[in-house]
Design a protein around this ligand. Structure first.
Ligand code: COA
Length: 257
């Protein structure tokens, strides 16, 4: 496990912490691999009964590392060999409860991964966004399906098409988070909730989660379709323009793409 994902187990709760704070916890391939290894192992390890996914008090994650995106764009043809796709599938299929603790920015996959978690607690400093269109790509992690199931088509379209940030109060009202807390209390509260879950019947929780998740039978196929379009778009002119604009600290010009 790299230094960028910290792994800590207390009792039956496994905590995975994004730890690349100087880069706002932007996710590199090796970080997705570490997360996937940990989740895949935890899914069959009887000693783990619940997982917490957290960042720091200042930042959850700035999403995929943009430089990594440019130098190593995901290729849907390689399926689970692509670290981000492997991680998303491990998260989708994870059979035990996952509790997320979100403070500060949660950009891109930082927001979409929350739709796969069971409980989400947010600091009052949390800022969510899914700026895929602004980067010339498209939604991932099943968010094109899960978000509209959560909030209806028009609100999902607003979040996915405009890609503007929204904050803790709105996320609570949307049903994306369970509770808002002062930032310093979020990780501790998530731990306590996970410990409560870990003390319950594993079989009951597993079946409860499976029963609730079965209502998305097409989710895996949606994620694969999103991945295919994402990997085409990231190689296209709009993504190139968006990334260049970020590097050059200017507004992108999408008039020709
Ligand atoms: N990929 C790579 N590096 C990133 C990053 C990302 N997604 N997000 C932030 N960083 C880096 C910055 O380049 C900067 O590095 P530097 O100190 O070497 O210059 C450092 O993290 C701090 O970022 P900064 O933008 O100064 O912090 P901020 O507090 O002003 O803003 C964010 C935080 C998350 C709102 C802002 O960094 C951001 O919008 N990042 C891009 C998010 C994004 O588009 N992600 C892709 C989603 S699909």
């Amino acid at each position: 496990m790299s230094e960028f994902i910290l792994k800590h187990q207390e009792g039956a709760v496994l905590t995975l912490t994004f730890n690349r704070v100087d880069k706002k916890n932007a996710l590199l391939g090796e970080m997705y691999t570490d997360l996937s290894d940990a989740l895949e192992r935890a899914s069959t390890d009887d000693a783990v009964r619940a997982v917490v996914l957290q960042g720091s008090v200042e930042v959850f994650t700035a999403g995929n590392d943009l430089i990594d995106f440019l130098s190593n764009p995901p290729d849907a043809g390689k399926g689970r060999e692509v670290p981000v796709f492997r991680f998303l599938e491990a998260l989708r299929a994870f059979p035990k409860p996952i509790v997320a603790a979100v403070c500060g920015p949660a950009v891109g996959v930082g927001t979409t991964l929350l739709m796969h978690c069971d409980l989400v607690y947010a600091g009052d400093n949390a800022a969510f966004s899914m700026p895929f269109v602004n980067l010339g790509v498209c939604p991932e992690a099943g968010s094109s399906l899960l978000l509209q199931n959560l909030v209806g088509y028009h609100r999902a379209a607003e979040k996915l098409m405009l890609g503007e940030p929204f904050y803790a109060e709105e996320a609570l009202e949307m049903g994306l988070v369970n509770r808002i807390l002062p930032p310093h209390e979020v990780n501790g509260y998530a731990q306590a909730q996970a410990a409560k879950l870990a003390a319950k019947s594993v079989a009951s929780l597993r079946i409860t989660k499976a029963l609730m998740k079965q209502h998305h039978p097409t989710l895996s196929a949606v994620m694969m379709e999103e991945g295919k379009h994402f990997s085409e778009l990231i190689r296209g002119p709009a993504a190139k323009e968006a990334m260049s604009a970020i590097m050059e600290k200017r507004r992108p010009d999408f008039s020709k793409c």
